[in-house]
Design a binder for this molecule. Structure first.
Ligand code: FES
Ligand code: FES
Length: 174
């Protein structure tokens, strides 16, 4: 995703930072950051989108998940320069105004969140799954959540929340 736009901006500053233009939750933004700054940090520190969490910082836990160009990505592994021109969705962009996404409602109703560290990443993993596969099987759900670790819930309530979000009929497939 790195483009000439990023390279051009390197010469117009002497602090080593670049301007990265992208869209975050539907809003066009220009980020100023060192090119290898982690997208996770830029989202949290520059845009104050602190819903995106850091767990492992090594691409293993999924707590930092965001959706970039329709793909679930661990933002702790993404240098910000790579998102030039990209469309990014964070957990703050999942609800429609005051109306929670079905996954968010189901997480609340099923008790799928305890400490909450994994929750934004779980929500985005589930949203991403449902965008790709609106009627997932139980196996699809397990696979869709496989990259997201939770220390608290034992996963059952999270799994049930995603089932609920995609319809009561899916329960028979467990
Ligand atoms: Fe990014 Fe764990 S913090 S995968
Ligand atoms: Fe605590 Fe998942 S709710 S890590």
């Amino acid at each position: 995703m790195m483009t000439d736009d990023v390279k051009e901006t390197r010469s117009d500053t002497n602090d080593g930072k670049v301007s990265v233009r992208c869209t975050v939750n539907g809003e066009a933004v220009t980020l100023r950051a060192y090119p290898i700054a982690r997208l996770l940090d830029v989202l949290r520190e520059e845009l104050k989108l602190t819903g995106t969490k850091e767990g492992c910082g090594e691409g293993e836990c999924g707590a930092c998940s965001v959706i970039i160009e329709g793909e679930l990505v661990n933002s702790c592994l993404v240098p910000v320069a790579q998102v030039e021109g990209a469309s990014i969705k964070t957990v703050e962009g999942v609800a429609s105004g005051e109306t929670l996404h079905a996954v968010q409602r189901a997480m609340i109703e099923c008790g799928g969140a305890q400490c909450g560290i994994c929750t934004p990443g779980m929500v985005l993993a589930a949203v991403s799954l449902l965008e790709r596969t609106p009627q997932p099987t139980a196996a699809d759900i397990r696979e869709g959540l496989a990259g997201n670790l939770c220390r608290c819930t034992g996963y059952t309530k999270i799994f049930e929340a995603v089932l609920r979000a995609c319809g009561e009929s899916q329960k028979s497939e467990r």
